[in-house]
Structure formats: structure tokens, C-alpha cells
Design a protein around this ligand. Structure first.
Ligand code: C2E
Ligand code: CA
Ligand code: CA
Ligand code: CA
Length: 277
């Protein structure tokens, strides 16, 4: 039995070694891809539900492979965060998103906004304000057209350092959205302190909304909570018309999802804007 235990342990250890080697190799490939400009930003339309209009887009990282597939962005982000590469990657994302949005505005869509996902690591680094200002200055995009999507894990960090960066970015006129709302923390105290303009209801509550009505009371309550705090609500992961109708009825302000479109390359998003006009 002892012998067998050791073999099991060795097997486990080999599997771990393999997993670490795979991660290490992927990290090296991510470094190269960043250097060789292989990353792309795609844009998912954000729809204003009451007016049925495109109000902007969320920028989402894409890494196309030779065979036409994409590497899972969440996996790329996780490794980039772990290695610190997220600072460089995140700066590239900010610049690219500002450039693309400014281009749409100049192409005749002056009200279009862009939302960029930020990692908490970018906040803790201390150069974020500089990076954001740089991206705005180089693109010419007004701060009011930029929205930063932050997760609850960052917002419950009430260190002076994080709070001060949030308020100086806010003072520039940039707006904040709370991403994946409802998945993280039960302590909602941060909602009072923090000056966000919108709240994104996580797709885990939205995707089953039209099938099982189980999530309806929850989504209704989140929308009411947001309203009482004067936050607008964005539902993510809307895939069918029944969900869309229900959300509109519940007073949700905006939504994203495959019902309208997956994330698109910048030129296809331009065409999407032109078609919707
Ligand atoms: P997220 O910010 O919550 O983004 C929403 C995810 O839902 C995206 O996955 C999007 O493609 C997907 N989605 C959109 N509509 C639908 C729908 O109708 N149904 C379903 N099932 N899914 C939908 P994606 O692109 O794989 O991104 C995954 C996560 O990776 C993002 O979650 C975000 O946390 C992270 N991420 C992506 N790009 C960036 C980036 O540039 N910076 C940072 N820090 N994180 C990023
Ligand atoms: Ca997001
Ligand atoms: Ca989200
Ligand atoms: Ca998410």
C-alpha cells in the first residue's frame, strides 16, 4: 500500500510538472506575441435597451492562432497577471481601444464610448493614471468617452492607494462600471463609497433568465438596488429575445450579448455602427 501511495504521489507530481511546463511555455508565447503584435482587440456592442441604439462597445482581448482559433482570453489574462506582463499588455489594450474609439467618432459616430477591462494589478502598480492619460492624449479621445470596467475584488480594497487612483481617474471625467456584479462579495458597503456610473449584472444570472424564472427576483433586485444608488445597469450575456424583453420590462438600461453580436474586429464594428444608423 505504501508503494502504491508513492506511485500515486509521483504521478501527481508529474502531472503538476507538466502543468507548470505548459504554463511556462504559454507565458513565453504570450511575451513573444506581445512583441510581435499578435494580439487583437475585438469589440462587443453595448445596446441601449430603451432606445435600441448602440451606445458603445466593450473591448475584449483576442489572440488569433494560425488555425483560425483563439486562445481563451481569461487564460491569457491570468498568466499575464501572474507574471506582471499585464502592465504592458494592459497599456497596449488601453491605447488600442482609445485609438479605435476615436476613429469611430471621427467616422461620424461622435457619441460612441469604449469600455476597457482593467486588472486590479494595473491599479496597484501606481502608473495607471499616467498610462490612461497617455492613451487619451495620443488618441485624442475625450475622457468622457472612456469607461473602465473594474471588478468587485478591486473595489473592496479600500487602501488609500487604490482609492486615490480611483478618485483621480474619476476627476478626469472617466467613468467606471462594476463588472461581474453579484459573483464576488456580499458586503455591498463599497457601493456607497465608490463613485461608479454603472453596474454590470453578471452573465451567470442573465443566461438562464428566460428559461428558468429562478433568477428573475435576483435580477429584479439588483436593478432596483442600482436605481436607488443612481447607477445604470448593463446586463451581459443576453442570448435570446425573451431575455431581452424581460430585461427591458425590469427597467434594465443596457445590454450586451450574442443576441446582438459577439465581439467584432474594429472594422466590422464600424460596419455594425453604420448598419444600425
Ligand atoms: P468579461 O469582462 O466578463 O467579458 C464578458 C465575456 O462574455 C467575454 O468573454 C464575452 O465574449 C462573453 N460574452 C459576450 N456575450 C456573450 C453571450 O451572449 N453569451 C456568452 N455565453 N458569453 C458572452 P471573453 O472575451 O472570453 O473574455 C473573458 C474575460 O477575460 C472577460 O470577462 C474579462 O474578465 C477578461 N478580459 C478580456 N479582455 C480583457 C482585457 O483586455 N483586459 C483584462 N484585464 N481582462 C480582459
Ligand atoms: Ca467586462
Ligand atoms: Ca463581466
Ligand atoms: Ca467575467
Amino acid at each position: 500500500a505504501k508503494e502504491q501511495g508513492r506511485n500515486t504521489w509521483r504521478f501527481y507530481s508529474d502531472v503538476m510538472d507538466q502543468a507548470n511546463t505548459d504554463k511556462f511555455n504559454l507565458l513565453q508565447r504570450i511575451r513573444d506575441a506581445l512583441k510581435n503584435n499578435e494580439f487583437k482587440l475585438y469589440y462587443q456592442p453595448k445596446i441601449d435597451l430603451q432606445h435600441q441604439q448602440v451606445q458603445g462597445a466593450e473591448a475584449l482581448l483576442r489572440w488569433p492562432q494560425n488555425d483560425g482559433s483563439f486562445i481563451n482570453p481569461a487564460e491569457v489574462i491570468e498568466l499575464a497577471e501572474y507574471s506582471g506582463l499585464i502592465l504592458e499588455l494592459g497599456a497596449w489594450v488601453l491605447q488600442q481601444a482609445c485609438n479605435d474609439c476615436q476613429q469611430w467618432r471621427q467616422l461620424g459616430f461622435p457619441d460612441v464610448k469604449v469600455a476597457v477591462n482593467l486588472s486590479p494589478i494595473q491599479f496597484r502598480d501606481g502608473r495607471l493614471e499616467h498610462t490612461v492619460l497617455d492613451a487619451l492624449r495620443q488618441s485624442g479621445l475625450p475622457p468622457s468617452a472612456l469607461e473602465l470596467e473594474l471588478t468587485e475584488s478591486l473595489l473592496i480594497d479600500n487602501s488609500d492607494f487604490v482609492q486615490q487612483q480611483l478618485s483621480s481617474l474619476g476627476a478626469l471625467g472617466i467613468s467606471f462600471a462594476i463588472d461581474d456584479f453579484g459573483t464576488g462579495y456580499s458586503n455591498l458597503g463599497y457601493l456607497r463609497q465608490f463613485n461608479a456610473s454603472s453596474l454590470k449584472v453578471d452573465k451567470s444570472f442573465i443566461s438562464s433568465l428566460s428559461i428558468s424564472l429562478r433568477d428573475e427576483p435576483l435580477v429584479r433586485a439588483i436593478i432596483q438596488l442600482a436605481k436607488s444608488l443612481e447607477l445604470s445597469t448593463v446586463a451581459e450575456g443576453v442570448e435570446d429575445d425573451a431575455t431581452f424583453q424581460l430585461l427591458k420590462q425590469l427597467g434594465c438600461d443596457a445590454a450586451q450579448g450574442y443576441l446582438w453580436s459577439a465581439a467584432l474586429p474594429p472594422d466590422q464594428f464600424t460596419r455594425y455602427l453604420q448598419k444600425q444608423r
